[in-house]
Design a protein around this ligand. Structure first.
Ligand SMILES: Cc1cc2nc3c(=O)[nH]c(=O)nc-3n(C[C@H](O)[C@H](O)[C@H](O)COP(=O)(O)OP(=O)(O)OC[C@H]3O[C@@H](n4cnc5c(N)ncnc54)[C@H](O)[C@@H]3O)c2cc1C
Length: 552
């Protein structure tokens, strides 16, 4: 079962009647957020239990074992920074670590800090209800167990609720079928197989590049082409490793000051202020550099000014044309409904060259949509294609999906899913009016979505831990934001994004997912004012005695 699979009905009558386990704090999710939160809560004392749906730690890196899965963040900026010892002990092998190494890293953290003894695996939370009389949350698990705690901290992940395409017959296919986010733990071979990949987002691009190396034949089903940029990954040699380890304080200080906590920060110039030849040379330089520099380290106005954006969009289109031999095919791979950077930019390692291979074909779903999946393959509006394997790289019900898959009920039985029906409403992306004592790490309207996420995880967790320490010191047992604070923050979140071109584009960042009912209208999922401003606001709220929160 996948990380966000729909809850199964309770199976054990015995489990249902058993009295709930009791803790002071329950954390849901054993990704990096949950692991670091558990570590920090231990320092406060008190009983803490972390519940995780999977049978191991790592979250994203536990579930997403698909071929080619790896970081877009530089590995040495992604790792947790709280322990100098951990930073010195762990040696990243590549500048952009592949999933197996990152999963080993997560396990290393769990072992080093002896975290497993407070984690219960194979425990999918299907409900969470606030009991005002007891001042406690009661969580229900898929197998009927229950657990209670005064505080509930969700660390359930921004990209942890996978979605299948809304195509008739998805369950009918008789060959091998995989979703990238629930990839099997054993090796999958593509040799001698006719493989279909549906989806060309960041995950699809990584998967396609890898599968094309060994599949007998690969068919890529593309609905929306994306603007992909080269990753330029490479191994970390001994001298570079030593330099990285010696400069962690500077690396993290630099990340701390940048908009998205990446090592890249915007160039202070506007694109159109620069002479065309100089601009071209600048784009060429960024295109040749590793990581998100071309997106996050570009001219400051390319994501807010259409004319500026057109210059980089045109540059990227020319790059695709220069890399794909057949002109008509290149045109199919060039996005026409959004400018560069207004959707998540997939980073690639030879993606466009895959389409020069004789064993690869592209099906443009804008021209010939999929009509249904059959026991033998896929039927489009003009062909019936047979396959041995279908890979769904169809992504996630992002940001709010993992919340929606738990029946969360706050004060007076208020359902979170209903409260958020027209888009999330939160205070600081960390708490929700009507849901006392529930704190949401990396939740919607937090800065974390546009972040090199562990940098924002550390900020979120440290802030929450300080809040709990403060409550303990003052003898408070309940915390909840005021409606007014929530309204003001929600409005501020929308203002923060008002100038961004991405607001005009359907994507998971604007809350649109055509495979999920009720997700067809644009909302806004993330705070877009940047991590430094977000951090300042959180610090100001804490310094003012947790302004906007009701403490009792
Ligand atoms: C393929 C991929 C590549 C990525 N690459 C990058 C990158 O390069 N840089 C970057 O900054 N970010 C990247 N991300 C985002 C990534 O999700 C974050 O970096 C980070 O791992 C989030 O950690 P987390 O602990 O908040 O959530 P997760 O790692 O998603 O962990 C959440 C955990 O909660 C569990 N859970 C959820 N619901 C329940 C429930 N109801 N009951 C019990 N358990 C539950 C899940 O099983 C999961 O283990 C990537 C994401 C994906 C999918």
């Amino acid at each position: 079962m996948g990380p966000g699979a729909d809850p199964k009905p309770m199976s054990s009558a015995n489990a249902r009647v058993r009295s709930p386990e009791r803790y002071e704090v329950i954390v849901i999710g054993a990704g990096l957020s949950g692991l670091y939160q558990l570590y920090r809560l231990r320092q406060l004392g008190g009983s803490v239990r972390l519940f995780e749906a999977g049978d191991g730690v790592g979250g994203t890196w536990y579930w997403n074992r698909y071929p080619g899965a790896r970081f877009d963040s530089e590995s040495w900026t992604y790792g947790l920074s709280f322990s100098a010892e951990l930073l010195q002990e762990w040696s990243w092998k590549e500048h952009f670590s592949a999933q197996p190494e990152t999963l080993r890293y997560c396990n290393y953290i769990a072992d080093k800090f002896d975290l497993r003894r407070d984690i219960t695996f194979n425990s999918r939370v299907v409900s969470a209800a606030w009991d005002a009389n007891a001042n406690a949350w009661e969580c229900g698990f898929a197998d009927g167990r229950r657990a209670r705690a005064r505080l509930l901290i969700t660390a359930i992940g921004p990209l942890s609720a996978p979605t299948l395409p809304a195509i008739p017959g998805v369950g009918d296919f008789r060959g091998e079928a995989y979703h990238t986010a629930t990839w099997p733990h054993q090796e999958v071979s593509f040799a001698d197989k006719r493989v279909a990949v549906i989806g060309t987002g960041a995950t699809g691009v990584q998967t396609i590049t890898e599968v094309a190396k060994s599949a007998h034949h690969l068919t890529v089903f593309q609905r929306t082409p994306n603007w992909c940029a080269p990753l330029h990954n490479g191994p970390i040699d001994a001298a570079t490793q030593a330099r990285i380890k010696a400069s962690y304080p500077e690396i993290f200080a630099r990340c701390r000051e940048s908009y998205g906590c990446f090592i890249h920060d915007a160039d202070p110039r506007n694109a159109l202020e620069v002479a065309p030849e100089e601009r071209e040379a600048f784009y060429e330089k960024r295109y040749g550099e590793p990581g998100f520099g071309i997106w996050m380290g570009n001219f400051r106005d390319i994501l807010i000014d259409k004319a500026a954006n057109a210059t980089i969009t045109d540059f990227m289109a020319r790059k695709i044309r220069s890399r794909v031999r057949e002109p008509a095919l290149a045109e199919k791979l060039i996005p026409t409904n959004h400018g560069f950077g207004t959707r998540r930019v997939p980073l690639e390692s030879g993606y466009y060259e895959v389409f020069n291979q004789p064993n690869v074909r592209l099906v443009d779903l804008r021209k010939t949509p999929i009509e249904r999946i059959t026991p033998n393959g896929i039927v489009t509006s003009n062909a019936e294609l047979e396959f041995d394997m279908i890979i769904y790289a169809t992504g996630f019900d992002a940001i709010t999906g993992a919340f929606d898959r738990i029946d969360i009920r706050g004060r007076g039985g208020l359902r979170l899913k209903e409260k958020w029906a027209a888009g999330p409403r939160t205070y600081l992306g960390l708490q929700i009016a009507g849901f006392p004592n529930m704190l949401t790490l990396v939740g919607p309207h937090n800065a974390a979505t546009f972040c090199n996420i562990p940098r924002c995880i550390e900020q979120n967790v440290d802030w929450v831990t300080e809040l709990l320490r403060y409550m303990g010191e003052k003898g408070f047992t309940r915390v909840e934001p005021t409606e007014a604070a929530e309204d003001a923050w929600t409005e501020h979140v929308y203002e923060s994004a008002a100038r961004l071109l991405l607001l005009e584009v359907d994507s998971w960042m604007t809350g649109v997912n055509r495979n999920v009912p009720g997700r067809q209208k644009r909302t806004f999922m993330a705070y877009a004012g940047g991590a430094p401003k977000y951090r300042e606001k959180c610090e100001e709220v804490a310094a003012n005695g947790y302004d906007g929160f009701m403490l009792a």
